[in-house]
Design a protein around this ligand. Structure first.
Ligand SMILES: Nc1ncnc2c1ncn2[C@@H]1O[C@H](COP(=O)(O)OP(=O)(O)OP(=O)(O)O)[C@@H](O)[C@H]1O
Length: 263
């Protein structure tokens, strides 16, 4: 039987923001059930890359396929969940936590009232992020970290096959990070592919199958996600991702001065 197509595949992707070329030939793909961390310095183009994947930033060149379908023909958006970079879930309209999380089902219900399965998925997502007891509260009454958890619950409620998250742990306290890591672990074990922009892997580190470093508008594979922490926190140290990968494989830090010292 033929192997399933990648969940997402970018090939030679180029993109610009204003006059600035941000992506200069990015190759990045994700298999079903794979969890990939996208690392890189501030401004290296991580958010731009994932916004290109969901069609918010148009490619100026290269190819994008989602679930084996070229982007221009892709319509199955319910298969993709997206958590934007730290923002607020409040839109000036006094929506409740449950309402915002329920909006994660929109691509599935196509504006019909929520059915039993929809409501169960929303309730489950609220429980997973630890906000079931706040379901009736206005999102305007939440803290920044709680907003972030609402946005994660909204993405989970859609039961996506590909979950894309831009720094999902930003502003989330350590206990909630553990809860979210467990939620993601469950999601990945069900076969969901996850693409995460990370600066701090924290409790997500054990989940990550592969890390990719964005540098100079291109993506470079990092061999061992076990060294994720160093590259996530110190992307500038990776002067040469090839050397970094070799060092990582051999168990040395990227900037190790004494090759006899293992970390
Ligand atoms: N609207 C815009 N117009 C022009 N340039 C932009 C715009 N938005 C972002 N940029 C630039 O594009 C580059 C990539 O930005 P992007 O947000 O993708 O980086 P990032 O790797 O996600 O950064 P961070 O780690 O700080 O979140 C940066 O140099 C940024 O200054």
């Amino acid at each position: 039987m033929a192997a399933p197509p990648p969940v997402m595949s970018l090939r030679g992707a180029t993109a610009s923001l204003g006059a600035r070329t941000v992506l200069r030939g990015v190759d990045l793909s994700l298999g079903p059930g794979e969890a990939v961390a996208l690392l890189g310095a501030n401004g290296s183009g991580k958010s731009t890359a994932i916004r290109a994947v969901i069609g918010q930033v148009p490619l100026t060149g290269g190819e994008l396929e989602l679930f084996g379908t070229p982007f221009a023909r892709f319509r199955d958006w319910r298969r993709i969940g997206y958590v934007p970079q730290r923002t607020t879930a409040a839109a000036g309209v006094p929506a409740t936590v449950r309402e915002v999380v329920s909006s994660g089902r929109l691509a599935r219900t196509k504006l019909r009232p929520l059915g039993r399965a929809d409501k169960a998925a929303v309730t489950h997502a609220l429980e997973v992020v630890g906000l079931a007891d706040r379901a009736r509260d206005s999102v305007n009454a939440l803290s920044g970290g709680q907003h972030q958890r609402v946005l994660i619950a909204r993405a989970l409620a859609g039961e996506p096959d590909l979950l894309i998250m831009d720094e999902p742990l930003a502003g989330v306290d350590l206990r909630a990070q553990d809860v979210l890591a467990e939620a993601l672990r469950e999601q990945v074990s069900r076969g969901t592919a996850v693409l995460l922009v990370l600066h701090e892997a924290g409790p997500l580190a054990p989940l990550i199958d592969r890390a990719v470093l964005l540098r100079d508008g291109r993506a470079e594979d990092v061999a061992d996600p076990g060294r994720l922490h160093d590259l996530a926190c110190h992307p500038h140290d990776a002067h040469d991702a090839g050397a970094a990968a070799a060092a990582i494989q051999s168990g040395l830090t990227v900037s190790e001065a004494d090759p006899g010292t293992h970390v």
